[in-house]
Write a protein that binds this ligand. Structure first.
Ligand code: KG4
Ligand code: ZN
Length: 334
């Protein structure tokens, strides 16, 4: 079964063709990041306009690259939540029009479920149930994936998402948006023990995260040094901050898996590209005799191949929408 997938929830316009949820036939991603970088973050109005300009060429290219015509497509999957509402509406309305004019069924797909599904592409033998850490620019969840379309949130952030904390710390150090990627690179040359940073815990909620205090601690560290005219080694600051975030993420995640007797660990979302997170969880899972899965780096960020994968399982579970499909800025993964 061939699915044409469309993604426009944030600042990437993407389309892909995926067969049977696992084989990517084509995948096109048009990123707007250069333009948003000028403003230090995503400007929703600009994002919507760029999606409207890019959607036709991106979908056409995905079909061209797959050497398929629309008539050979079995379903159209589209991200309908969560995300920037104006951005989501571009993809949703385009997909609705395409479905209505062609008679091809329309499959609404949740953005975070799709991030999880990127793992089905990178790890062909992976099947639920498993415990998944989903960490992106807007969300940080620990999710028990009971089945392809049945999920339970075990833990979540109480304030900032992990990606957001990375981006804000990076911005304070003058790195361009989205700074998480750059911070990860700079951290490679630093000492993770150079600065002592807090490991915030949420009382009575051992699987929940809190990153805002950690973010403030690193911002204070930088500001205090600047006021004293001291120059801190950026590599050490980045390494210490990255270590603290990864420590919080992996400690709670492993605890959640152990407490739920889950031997399969999976990571997803933009932050799953983080080198230390990948390394730490590979090592910690091995020590405990657990299996660890992660998406290939090019599938960690927003793309439509993952939408095509999740869309396949949504279709099989009967999740098919009509012309009244709407977009939603927020929606639980459950
Ligand atoms: O999943 P994603 O592409 O978009 C959302 O759905 O939010 O996640 C983007 C987030 C950004 O905050 C970005 O800085 C972060 O993922 N990110 C990273 C790395 N690569 C991307 N954070 C830490 N280390 C990385 N290597
Ligand atoms: Zn995303």
């Amino acid at each position: 079964m061939k699915i044409l997938a469309i993604e426009s929830s944030c600042d990437e316009t993407a389309a892909a063709v995926v067969e049977d949820g696992r084989r990517v036939i084509s995948s096109i991603v048009a990123s707007q990041v250069e333009e948003h970088r000028l403003y230090g973050g995503v400007v929703p109005e600009i994002a919507s306009r760029r999606h409207a300009e890019a959607i036709v060429p991106v979908v056409s290219q995905a079909l061209e690259q797959a050497k398929l015509s629309l008539s050979e497509i079995d379903a159209i999957a589209v991200t309908h939540a969560p995300g920037l509402i104006g951005a989501l509406l571009v993809g949703v309305n385009f997909a609705k029009g395409l479905s209505l004019s062609s008679g091809i069924p329309l499959v609404p797909t949740h953005h975070l479920r799709s991030h999880i599904a990127s793992n089905y592409i990178s790890n062909p033998t992976l099947e639920p149930p498993f415990m998944c850490l989903v960490a992106s620019g807007g969300h940080s969840h620990i999710v028990l994936v009971e089945d392809y379309t049945k999920m339970k949130i075990i833990g979540r952030t109480r304030d900032d998402a992990a990606g957001e904390a990375f981006d804000k710390a990076a911005r304070t150090m003058g790195m361009p948006y989205p700074g998480g990627i750059e911070l990860d690179k700079v951290a490679e040359g630093g000492d993770p023990l150079a600065f002592k940073l807090p490991r915030p815990v949420v009382h009575d909620a051992p699987y929940d995260f809190s990153f805002s205090g950690l973010k403030t601690a690193v911002i204070n560290l930088l500001h205090n040094a600047a006021q004293k005219g001291e120059e801190l080694d950026k590599r050490d600051v980045c390494a210490s901050f990255r270590y603290a975030v990864v420590d919080c993420l992996s400690t709670n995640f492993i605890k959640a898996a152990e407490d739920h007797n889950m031997k399969k660990l999976v990571i997803a979302g933009g932050v799953s590209a983080n080198s230390l997170l990948r390394k730490t969880l590979s090592e910690e899972s091995k020590k405990r005799g657990m299996d660890f899965y992660m998406p290939e780096k090019h599938l960690c960020g927003d793309n439509a191949a993952m939408v095509g994968s999740q869309g396949y399982y949504e279709f099989l579970s009967g999740n098919i929408a009509g012309a009244d499909l709407n977009a939603y800025a927020t929606m639980s993964i459950e």
